[in-house]
Design a protein around this ligand. Structure first.
Ligand code: HEC
Length: 157
């Protein structure tokens, strides 16, 4: 009896797995596409990090080297992450077609971003005030903006 019962649950578990798989497949080109979600999550984390640094810039007396370095090293590291999630052209999300039609410029933008975040992180290691890293932080902000201009659907930023 126990055996029959467990067979039954196994069947329903398998059924559930199939349903989940089917939902997963149809969602592939929709907003819940795993690549779209992954890159949007990374982008959101950029927003969090630049928000923390930006707050420090707005209130220079709150300068804290450890907090700054935490965020800049995160940005430098995470700057490498989203680009592999832009392979599938069907998974548009809020990216513009230009990501694929002008792949070269998109790639150049992503490489520039990795460079300016590395530079910001380097500057942050010896910064003793907001003035020391403000120009490098400005370069990072300009890089976000420059890429969004052509490659992100205009909504908020
Ligand atoms: C090389 C291009 C590029 C760079 C550099 C870049 N982004 Fe983006 N960003 C995009 C694209 C493309 C999207 C749209 C992604 C999607 O919806 O699939 C996006 C989306 C976003 C979003 C919305 C995420 C969501 O929840 O939908 C935020 C926030 C964001 N970026 C912040 C930033 C910040 C902050 C920086 C700089 C520190 C930055 N991005 C740098 C291309 C870029």
């Amino acid at each position: 009896m126990v055996k029959v019962h467990s067979n039954k649950s196994l069947k329903s578990i398998l059924g559930m797995t199939l349903i989940t798989a089917a939902i997963g497949l149809t969602a592939c080109s929709g907003p819940t596409d795993p690549d779209v979600k992954a890159r949007q999550d990374i982008m959101k984390s950029y927003g969090d990090a630049t928000g923390i640094i930006g707050d420090m810039v707005k209130a220079p007396d709150t300068f804290d080297a450890a907090v700054l370095q935490d965020q800049t090293s995160f940005l430098a590291e995470a700057s490498k992450n989203p680009w592999a999630h832009f392979e599938n052209q069907e998974a548009l999300g809020n990216a513009t077609d230009a990501v694929w039609s002008d792949k070269e410029t998109f790639l150049a933008e992503s490489e520039n971003f990795q460079q300016v975040t590395a530079e910001l992180d380097a500057v942050a290691q010896t910064a003793t005030s907001v003035d020391d890293f403000k120009p490098a932080f400005g370069e990072v902000g300009a890089s976000c903006k420059s890429c969004h201009t052509d490659f992100k659907v205009k909504k908020d930023s």
